[in-house]
Write a protein that binds this ligand. Structure first.
Ligand code: PEP
Length: 249
């Protein structure tokens, strides 16, 4: 059985003070959650504040990005070892905003994923088609390329895939549960080609305008193993409701 993951991607939001405030309120609301992994990816500058409050609890920390070298003259970059040192156990790699605004390619995302795994981090590897690609009927070709190129040499152990259709990120347009399942099933079949039976253990998260009112229908689909949540993870109540989907909060 795949344990679901609910991961918050805070993007460029929250100072360390705001991070502390969020975690102090959020932590008790989810303290009894055992059957879902909870992950928060704050900005790098808030990792320490978060780590201090999360030590020993059931919430894991993630970096939002990472560089593929261990150390050196790479101004502005953060290495996998630095994320480990900052108490991260996960890292998001290849997010569409990195691809769209910061020149991330399948190749750089691949190098980052391998370096992160080498340092002992679990990689949340993001893939997904743009609206133009979907409308041109190229969704599966894009997903195939992003998995084949992006995950070459990446191990199944320590890998989570996030399917995030770019047209659904921050737009309020969620993929329907059927559209999500169709893409997740295709991704799973690609993972089977790459990893054989181990593909069954890889969690595939859905991301793109996930909210408390759509999480249950998405989670009802066989190949949807959790969510990567942007906007709705910035508010304590809405992220707690997503984590505890299907229960009264
Ligand atoms: C994301 O950035 O990973 C994301 C899914 O954002 P949102 O939930 O705001 O669409």
């Amino acid at each position: 059985m795949r344990v679901p993951i609910m991961a918050a991607n805070w993007k460029m939001n929250k100072t360390s003070g705001e991070t502390r405030e969020f975690i102090k309120t959020f932590k008790p609301l989810v303290a009894d959650v055992r059957e879902t992994e909870i992950v928060i990816a704050p900005p790098f500058t808030s990792l320490q504040a978060a780590a201090d409050l999360l030590e020993g609890g059931n919430i894991r920390l993630a970096g939002q990005d990472v560089f593929y070298e261990v150390s050196g003259a790479y101004t502005g970059e953060v290495s996998p070892l630095m994320l480990k040192d900052a108490a991260c156990s996960y890292v998001i790699v290849g997010h569409s905003e990195r691809r769209q605004y910061f020149g991330e390619t399948d190749e750089t995302a691949n190098r980052k994923a391998k370096a992160a795994q080498d340092a002992g981090l679990t990689v949340i590897f993001c893939i997904g088609e743009t609206l133009e690609e979907r409308e041109a009927g190229n969704t599966f070709d894009v997903l195939k390329r992003q998995t084949t190129e992006g995950l070459r040499g990446v191990r199944a152990d320590g890998l989570v895939v996030a399917y995030e259709p770019v047209w659904a990120i921050g737009t309020g347009k969620t993929a329907s549960p059927e559209q999500a399942q169709e893409a997740h099933r295709f991704i799973r079949s690609e993972l089977v080609t790459m990893y054989g039976g181990a593909a069954d253990t890889i969690r595939i998260l859905y991301g793109g305008s996930v909210k408390p009112d759509n999480i249950s229908s998405l989670m009802s689909k066989e190949d949807v193993d959790g969510a990567l949540v942007g906007g709705a993870s910035l508010k304590v109540d809405s992220f707690a409701a997503i984590v505890k989907y299907g229960q009264e909060t």
